[in-house]
Write a protein that binds this ligand. Structure first.
Ligand code: PMP
Length: 388
């Protein structure tokens, strides 16, 4: 099996597993039971982890909320801002090419009577294809806009958004900015000191940590961010997200982030080189193969991302014909959704083009041999299924 779907998830780094294990078996205290030493030890590692994550992201340690992952973080950010009893504004903005973990929450808020603007993304021929159209965004923001939610990097075509420009547009009008940074954290420098977003979501499993743990950064020290909690109960995490914290998972996310940051430039360069070779070889053996999204040379594209479309065969058929390679059809992280990718149609592809598209995600453990072998398996599979 050759795993080329690193936007869906990544394997846990062994160093992450090693760091988390003692927090399951030996130091297993409840971090909220601080009346005894077992609880205090756990509380201490949670606090140190928050400080470490905050240092890497350039935000105050008090802004880190631990969640079950980016889906929960996005839900909490958007519902939390819009549902706060002191929220006076009633307008919410997002972009067509966001992940469903944003789009579906926004649709719910709309049903609750909010005005919602879904801003278009730049089309396929634009140098930032897939990113929110900045002029359209500027035109959509008004004095009633409570929140703008724009992703940091797209999970299908890998376009990286100019977040600081977006932040500037939002803050000029007094709106808050949430960014779903699930594909960015651990892959790109994400520094909230220089890029002033107010809320930020991420999941550890996208950067070689375990599934089931994520963060929502709430507030960047600059503006007041008031959230209505979505999970209530024991009042943990300043009442914003109740439930016993999981020190092992928190240590894992933190270790994964530390490793990702320290190895980022080296692995980024290696992954870019692997992708260049991979794409070049696919283009050689599949006539009419087309790249979706922006140039692979552009620094505005995530290093491991490759999204291509076949001239004459559906992505699903290609996947079925090459079962030893793990990659995904256009509709990406979740194969539950059988519709053509809204990201690809959002940049102007037809439904047929979107259905002929697939996404690959190369990771830091991907080897040269795996790339060679994947090319062989994929090209053989394509030759078998292409129309005569
Ligand atoms: N946002 C983006 C951009 C993603 O790629 C994903 C993962 N597919 C999510 C949110 C949801 O993350 P999780 O499933 O870890 O909650």
């Amino acid at each position: 099996m050759i795993y080329l779907d690193h936007h869906a998830t990544t394997p846990c780094d062994q160093r992450v597993v090693d760091a988390m294990l003692p927090w399951l078996t030996q130091s297993f205290g409840n971090p909220h039971s601080t009346s005894h030493s077992a609880g205090r030890v756990a509380a201490d590692v949670v606090a140190r982890s928050a400080a470490c994550v905050a240092r890497h992201l350039g935000c105050p340690a008090e802004s880190i909320l631990w969640t079950s992952g980016a889906t929960e973080s996005n839900n909490l950010a958007i519902r939390g801002i819009c549902g706060h009893p002191r929220q006076k504004r009633r307008h919410l903005i997002t972009c067509f090419t966001e992940h469903h973990a944003v789009l579906d929450v926004v649709a719910e808020i709309e049903q609750n009577g909010w005005r919602v603007t879904r801003v278009p993304a730049y089309p396929q021929d634009h140098e930032l294809a897939g990113c929110v159209d900045l002029d359209a965004l500027a035109g959509a923001i008004d004095e009633d806009t409570a929140l703008v939610s724009v992703m940091w990097a797209n999970n299908e075509i890998g376009t990286i958004s100019p977040m600081q420009q977006i932040a500037h547009l939002c803050h000029q009008a007094g709106a808050l900015l949430h960014s779903d940074a699930t594909q960015a954290v651990g892959r790109l420098p994400v520094d909230m000191k220089s890029v002033d977003v107010d809320l930020l979501s991420a999941s550890a499993h996208k950067f070689y940590g375990p599934k089931g743990i994520g963060i929502l950064v709430v507030g960047n020290g600059n503006r007041r961010v008031r959230l209505r909690p979505q999970i209530v109960g024991g009042g943990q995490q300043r009442n914003l997200r109740s439930g016993t914290l999981a020190p092992a998972s928190i240590v894992a996310l933190t270790t994964a982030l530390e490793i990702a940051v320290s190895e980022m430039s080296e692995s980024d360069a290696r992954i870019r080189q692997l992708r260049k070779v991979f794409c070049g070889k696919l283009l050689e053996c599949i006539e009419g193969l087309v790249l979706n999204g922006i140039s692979l040379e552009s620094p505005q594209r995530l290093a491991g991302n490759l999204n291509v479309r076949l001239p004459d065969v559906e992505g699903e058929s290609w996947m079925a014909a090459a079962p030893d390679v793990c990659f995904s059809s256009g509709s990406a992280c979740s194969s539950v959704d059988a519709n053509p990718s809204h990201v690809l149609t959002g940049i102007g592809l037809t439904e047929s083009e979107a259905r002929r598209s697939v996404r690959f995600g190369i990771g830091k453990f991907t080897t040269d041999e795996e790339i060679t072998q994947a090319v062989r398996l994929l090209c053989d599979a394509y030759r078998r299924i292409k129309p005569a």
